[in-house]
Design a protein around this ligand. Structure first.
Ligand SMILES: O=P(O)(O)OC[C@H]1O[C@H](O[C@H]2O[C@H](CO)[C@@H](O)[C@H](O)[C@H]2O)[C@H](O)[C@@H](O)[C@@H]1O
Length: 260
Protein backbone atom coordinates (compact mmCIF):
# COMPACT_ATOMS: atom_id res chain seq x y z
CA UNK A 1 0.00 0.00 0.00
CA UNK A 2 1.29 3.41 -0.86
CA UNK A 3 -0.44 5.64 1.64
CA UNK A 4 1.18 8.84 2.88
CA UNK A 5 -1.12 9.37 5.82
CA UNK A 6 1.30 11.86 7.28
CA UNK A 7 0.88 14.21 4.33
CA UNK A 8 -2.23 16.33 4.54
CA UNK A 9 -3.48 17.23 1.04
CA UNK A 10 -3.14 20.99 0.55
CA UNK A 11 -6.85 21.58 0.22
CA UNK A 12 -8.73 23.79 -0.36
CA UNK A 13 -6.38 26.56 -1.53
CA UNK A 14 -5.67 25.20 -5.00
CA UNK A 15 -7.76 25.14 -8.13
CA UNK A 16 -9.08 21.62 -8.01
CA UNK A 17 -10.82 19.31 -10.42
CA UNK A 18 -12.78 16.69 -8.54
CA UNK A 19 -13.52 13.19 -9.85
CA UNK A 20 -15.81 10.93 -7.87
CA UNK A 21 -16.54 7.24 -7.98
CA UNK A 22 -20.06 6.46 -6.77
CA UNK A 23 -20.64 2.99 -5.23
CA UNK A 24 -18.54 2.42 -2.14
CA UNK A 25 -17.30 6.03 -2.23
CA UNK A 26 -20.39 8.27 -2.08
CA UNK A 27 -22.90 5.51 -1.39
CA UNK A 28 -22.66 2.57 0.98
CA UNK A 29 -22.88 -0.77 -0.76
CA UNK A 30 -26.31 -2.37 -0.76
CA UNK A 31 -27.36 -5.97 -1.40
CA UNK A 32 -28.46 -5.11 -4.95
CA UNK A 33 -27.43 -2.28 -7.36
CA UNK A 34 -31.02 -0.98 -7.39
CA UNK A 35 -31.22 -0.95 -3.60
CA UNK A 36 -29.08 2.17 -3.15
CA UNK A 37 -30.60 5.60 -2.76
CA UNK A 38 -29.26 9.14 -2.74
CA UNK A 39 -30.12 11.46 0.11
CA UNK A 40 -31.22 15.02 -0.48
CA UNK A 41 -28.18 16.14 1.58
CA UNK A 42 -25.78 14.39 -0.80
CA UNK A 43 -27.53 15.83 -3.84
CA UNK A 44 -27.38 19.34 -2.41
CA UNK A 45 -23.74 18.90 -1.43
CA UNK A 46 -22.78 17.81 -4.94
CA UNK A 47 -24.67 20.72 -6.44
CA UNK A 48 -22.82 23.11 -4.15
CA UNK A 49 -19.45 21.55 -4.93
CA UNK A 50 -20.17 21.78 -8.65
CA UNK A 51 -20.80 25.52 -8.24
CA UNK A 52 -17.77 26.09 -6.02
CA UNK A 53 -15.49 24.37 -8.52
CA UNK A 54 -16.98 26.27 -11.45
CA UNK A 55 -18.15 22.98 -12.88
CA UNK A 56 -14.88 21.03 -12.45
CA UNK A 57 -16.63 18.02 -10.95
CA UNK A 58 -17.38 14.71 -12.67
CA UNK A 59 -18.60 11.27 -11.71
CA UNK A 60 -16.31 8.51 -12.96
CA UNK A 61 -18.33 5.34 -12.57
CA UNK A 62 -18.91 1.79 -13.71
CA UNK A 63 -22.65 2.41 -13.80
CA UNK A 64 -24.30 3.57 -17.00
CA UNK A 65 -25.08 7.29 -17.25
CA UNK A 66 -28.79 6.46 -17.47
CA UNK A 67 -28.59 4.53 -14.19
CA UNK A 68 -26.74 7.38 -12.46
CA UNK A 69 -29.19 10.02 -13.73
CA UNK A 70 -32.04 7.91 -12.40
CA UNK A 71 -30.32 7.53 -9.04
CA UNK A 72 -29.41 11.21 -8.59
CA UNK A 73 -32.53 12.64 -10.29
CA UNK A 74 -32.99 15.59 -10.80
CA UNK A 75 -29.24 16.29 -10.48
CA UNK A 76 -27.24 15.86 -13.67
CA UNK A 77 -23.48 16.24 -13.54
CA UNK A 78 -20.61 15.79 -15.93
CA UNK A 79 -19.94 12.09 -16.00
CA UNK A 80 -18.02 9.21 -17.50
CA UNK A 81 -20.20 6.10 -17.31
CA UNK A 82 -19.42 2.43 -17.98
CA UNK A 83 -15.80 3.03 -16.93
CA UNK A 84 -15.42 5.72 -19.60
CA UNK A 85 -17.26 4.08 -22.49
CA UNK A 86 -19.87 6.84 -22.18
CA UNK A 87 -19.38 10.55 -21.43
CA UNK A 88 -21.48 13.59 -20.76
CA UNK A 89 -19.03 16.45 -20.95
CA UNK A 90 -21.46 19.19 -19.89
CA UNK A 91 -24.27 18.78 -17.33
CA UNK A 92 -27.00 19.52 -19.87
CA UNK A 93 -25.08 18.03 -22.78
CA UNK A 94 -25.77 14.95 -24.83
CA UNK A 95 -24.48 11.53 -23.83
CA UNK A 96 -21.66 10.31 -26.03
CA UNK A 97 -21.46 6.55 -26.20
CA UNK A 98 -18.40 4.80 -27.57
CA UNK A 99 -19.00 2.15 -30.20
CA UNK A 100 -19.97 -1.00 -28.39
CA UNK A 101 -17.28 -3.55 -29.23
CA UNK A 102 -19.56 -6.43 -28.37
CA UNK A 103 -23.10 -7.01 -27.29
CA UNK A 104 -23.03 -9.24 -24.27
CA UNK A 105 -26.74 -10.07 -24.14
CA UNK A 106 -26.44 -13.69 -25.29
CA UNK A 107 -23.41 -14.27 -23.08
CA UNK A 108 -25.27 -12.80 -20.10
CA UNK A 109 -28.16 -15.22 -20.65
CA UNK A 110 -25.78 -18.18 -20.80
CA UNK A 111 -23.90 -17.20 -17.65
CA UNK A 112 -27.15 -16.61 -15.81
CA UNK A 113 -28.40 -20.04 -16.84
CA UNK A 114 -25.12 -21.68 -15.88
CA UNK A 115 -25.04 -20.09 -12.41
CA UNK A 116 -28.71 -20.99 -11.94
CA UNK A 117 -29.18 -18.97 -8.78
CA UNK A 118 -31.71 -16.27 -8.04
CA UNK A 119 -29.20 -14.85 -5.58
CA UNK A 120 -26.85 -13.90 -8.43
CA UNK A 121 -27.67 -10.71 -10.30
CA UNK A 122 -26.44 -10.43 -13.86
CA UNK A 123 -26.32 -6.73 -14.70
CA UNK A 124 -26.49 -6.13 -18.45
CA UNK A 125 -24.78 -2.87 -19.36
CA UNK A 126 -24.42 -3.20 -23.14
CA UNK A 127 -20.71 -3.77 -23.79
CA UNK A 128 -20.03 -4.30 -20.06
CA UNK A 129 -21.34 -7.20 -18.04
CA UNK A 130 -21.36 -7.35 -14.24
CA UNK A 131 -22.05 -10.54 -12.30
CA UNK A 132 -23.04 -9.67 -8.74
CA UNK A 133 -22.53 -12.42 -6.16
CA UNK A 134 -22.99 -10.35 -2.98
CA UNK A 135 -25.94 -12.54 -1.96
CA UNK A 136 -24.18 -15.76 -3.03
CA UNK A 137 -20.46 -15.36 -2.27
CA UNK A 138 -19.90 -19.09 -2.79
CA UNK A 139 -20.60 -18.52 -6.51
CA UNK A 140 -17.97 -15.82 -7.05
CA UNK A 141 -15.25 -18.29 -8.08
CA UNK A 142 -17.56 -20.01 -10.57
CA UNK A 143 -18.76 -16.65 -11.94
CA UNK A 144 -15.13 -15.61 -12.41
CA UNK A 145 -14.34 -18.86 -14.24
CA UNK A 146 -17.30 -18.31 -16.55
CA UNK A 147 -16.38 -14.73 -17.48
CA UNK A 148 -12.75 -15.75 -17.98
CA UNK A 149 -13.83 -18.56 -20.29
CA UNK A 150 -16.04 -16.08 -22.17
CA UNK A 151 -12.99 -13.96 -23.09
CA UNK A 152 -12.17 -16.36 -25.93
CA UNK A 153 -15.52 -15.55 -27.57
CA UNK A 154 -15.19 -11.79 -27.29
CA UNK A 155 -13.23 -9.29 -29.38
CA UNK A 156 -9.55 -9.01 -28.46
CA UNK A 157 -9.00 -6.60 -25.63
CA UNK A 158 -11.83 -7.66 -23.36
CA UNK A 159 -10.74 -8.19 -19.78
CA UNK A 160 -12.05 -9.33 -16.43
CA UNK A 161 -11.94 -6.96 -13.45
CA UNK A 162 -12.83 -7.86 -9.89
CA UNK A 163 -15.87 -5.92 -8.77
CA UNK A 164 -17.03 -5.34 -5.23
CA UNK A 165 -18.66 -8.69 -4.42
CA UNK A 166 -18.69 -9.72 -8.05
CA UNK A 167 -16.83 -9.63 -11.30
CA UNK A 168 -17.09 -7.51 -14.46
CA UNK A 169 -16.23 -8.10 -18.08
CA UNK A 170 -15.32 -5.03 -20.09
CA UNK A 171 -13.31 -3.83 -23.10
CA UNK A 172 -9.79 -2.48 -22.58
CA UNK A 173 -10.80 1.07 -23.49
CA UNK A 174 -13.13 1.07 -20.48
CA UNK A 175 -10.67 2.64 -18.07
CA UNK A 176 -11.28 5.32 -15.47
CA UNK A 177 -7.80 6.81 -15.99
CA UNK A 178 -8.55 7.52 -19.65
CA UNK A 179 -11.86 9.11 -18.70
CA UNK A 180 -10.13 11.42 -16.20
CA UNK A 181 -7.50 12.36 -18.81
CA UNK A 182 -10.24 13.22 -21.27
CA UNK A 183 -11.96 15.58 -18.83
CA UNK A 184 -8.62 17.16 -17.90
CA UNK A 185 -8.17 18.28 -21.50
CA UNK A 186 -11.42 20.23 -21.40
CA UNK A 187 -12.79 23.33 -19.75
CA UNK A 188 -13.41 23.79 -16.84
CA UNK A 189 -10.95 21.03 -15.81
CA UNK A 190 -7.83 22.09 -17.76
CA UNK A 191 -5.13 23.70 -15.65
CA UNK A 192 -6.58 22.41 -12.39
CA UNK A 193 -5.14 19.79 -10.08
CA UNK A 194 -7.11 16.53 -10.14
CA UNK A 195 -8.46 14.84 -7.02
CA UNK A 196 -9.97 11.38 -7.38
CA UNK A 197 -11.85 9.43 -4.73
CA UNK A 198 -12.54 5.75 -5.38
CA UNK A 199 -12.79 2.45 -3.57
CA UNK A 200 -12.33 -0.41 -6.02
CA UNK A 201 -9.92 -2.32 -8.23
CA UNK A 202 -11.37 -0.50 -11.24
CA UNK A 203 -10.42 2.82 -9.61
CA UNK A 204 -6.73 1.96 -9.43
CA UNK A 205 -5.88 3.18 -12.91
CA UNK A 206 -7.67 6.42 -12.08
CA UNK A 207 -5.33 6.76 -9.08
CA UNK A 208 -2.30 6.19 -11.35
CA UNK A 209 -3.52 8.87 -13.75
CA UNK A 210 -4.12 11.39 -10.99
CA UNK A 211 -0.73 10.63 -9.37
CA UNK A 212 1.01 11.13 -12.72
CA UNK A 213 -0.72 14.50 -13.08
CA UNK A 214 0.49 15.61 -9.64
CA UNK A 215 -2.99 15.27 -8.21
CA UNK A 216 -4.44 13.68 -5.11
CA UNK A 217 -5.60 10.07 -5.11
CA UNK A 218 -7.73 8.84 -2.24
CA UNK A 219 -8.96 5.29 -1.68
CA UNK A 220 -11.98 4.86 0.51
CA UNK A 221 -11.79 1.84 2.82
CA UNK A 222 -8.56 0.39 1.38
CA UNK A 223 -8.21 -3.33 1.97
CA UNK A 224 -4.90 -4.12 0.33
CA UNK A 225 -2.46 -2.81 -2.24
CA UNK A 226 -3.44 0.49 -3.77
CA UNK A 227 -1.82 3.17 -5.89
CA UNK A 228 -3.78 5.79 -3.96
CA UNK A 229 -1.62 8.15 -1.91
CA UNK A 230 -4.26 8.73 0.75
CA UNK A 231 -7.04 6.81 2.39
CA UNK A 232 -10.35 7.59 4.02
CA UNK A 233 -11.84 5.00 6.28
CA UNK A 234 -15.44 4.79 5.06
CA UNK A 235 -18.20 6.36 2.97
CA UNK A 236 -19.47 8.64 5.74
CA UNK A 237 -15.94 10.02 6.27
CA UNK A 238 -15.49 10.49 2.53
CA UNK A 239 -18.69 12.53 2.28
CA UNK A 240 -17.71 14.53 5.38
CA UNK A 241 -14.27 15.15 3.84
CA UNK A 242 -15.89 16.46 0.67
CA UNK A 243 -18.19 18.67 2.71
CA UNK A 244 -15.24 20.07 4.66
CA UNK A 245 -12.98 20.72 1.71
CA UNK A 246 -15.32 21.55 -1.12
CA UNK A 247 -18.82 21.99 0.19
CA UNK A 248 -18.77 24.85 2.59
CA UNK A 249 -16.69 27.69 3.94
CA UNK A 250 -12.97 26.94 3.51
CA UNK A 251 -11.58 24.89 6.39
CA UNK A 252 -8.29 23.12 6.93
CA UNK A 253 -8.37 19.34 6.38
CA UNK A 254 -7.79 17.50 9.60
CA UNK A 255 -5.04 14.89 9.62
CA UNK A 256 -7.35 12.52 11.51
CA UNK A 257 -9.63 12.29 8.44
CA UNK A 258 -6.90 10.43 6.60
CA UNK A 259 -5.95 6.97 7.76
CA UNK A 260 -3.25 4.55 6.65
O1 LIG B 1 -17.55 2.71 -10.33
P1 LIG B 1 -18.62 2.69 -9.29
O2 LIG B 1 -19.46 3.92 -9.26
O3 LIG B 1 -18.08 2.32 -7.93
O4 LIG B 1 -19.59 1.48 -9.73
C1 LIG B 1 -19.12 0.14 -9.60
C2 LIG B 1 -20.28 -0.81 -9.72
O5 LIG B 1 -21.24 -0.40 -8.75
C3 LIG B 1 -22.48 -1.11 -8.68
O6 LIG B 1 -22.24 -2.38 -8.09
C4 LIG B 1 -21.71 -2.30 -6.76
O7 LIG B 1 -22.63 -1.59 -5.93
C5 LIG B 1 -23.93 -2.26 -5.70
C6 LIG B 1 -24.76 -1.35 -4.82
O8 LIG B 1 -24.11 -1.13 -3.61
C7 LIG B 1 -23.67 -3.61 -5.04
O9 LIG B 1 -24.92 -4.29 -4.86
C8 LIG B 1 -22.73 -4.44 -5.91
O10 LIG B 1 -22.40 -5.65 -5.21
C9 LIG B 1 -21.43 -3.67 -6.18
O11 LIG B 1 -20.57 -4.40 -7.06
C10 LIG B 1 -23.12 -1.22 -10.04
O12 LIG B 1 -24.20 -2.11 -10.00
C11 LIG B 1 -22.13 -1.66 -11.13
O13 LIG B 1 -22.76 -1.55 -12.41
C12 LIG B 1 -20.92 -0.74 -11.10
O14 LIG B 1 -19.98 -1.15 -12.09
Amino acid sequence: MNIQADLTPPLPEGRWALFLDIDGTLLEHAPHPDAVSVSEELRVLLERIEQRLDGALAFITGRSIAAVDHLFDPLKLRIAGLYGLEHRLAPAGAIEAADAPADMAALADEIELELASKAVYVERKGPVLAIHTRAAPQLLARATELVEAALARLPKGYRVIAGNAGVELMPLEAAKGAAIRRFMQLDPFTGRRPVFLGDDTSDENGFDTVNAAGGISIRVKPQGETAARFAIEDVASAVAWLETNFGGPAKQTSRSDLVA
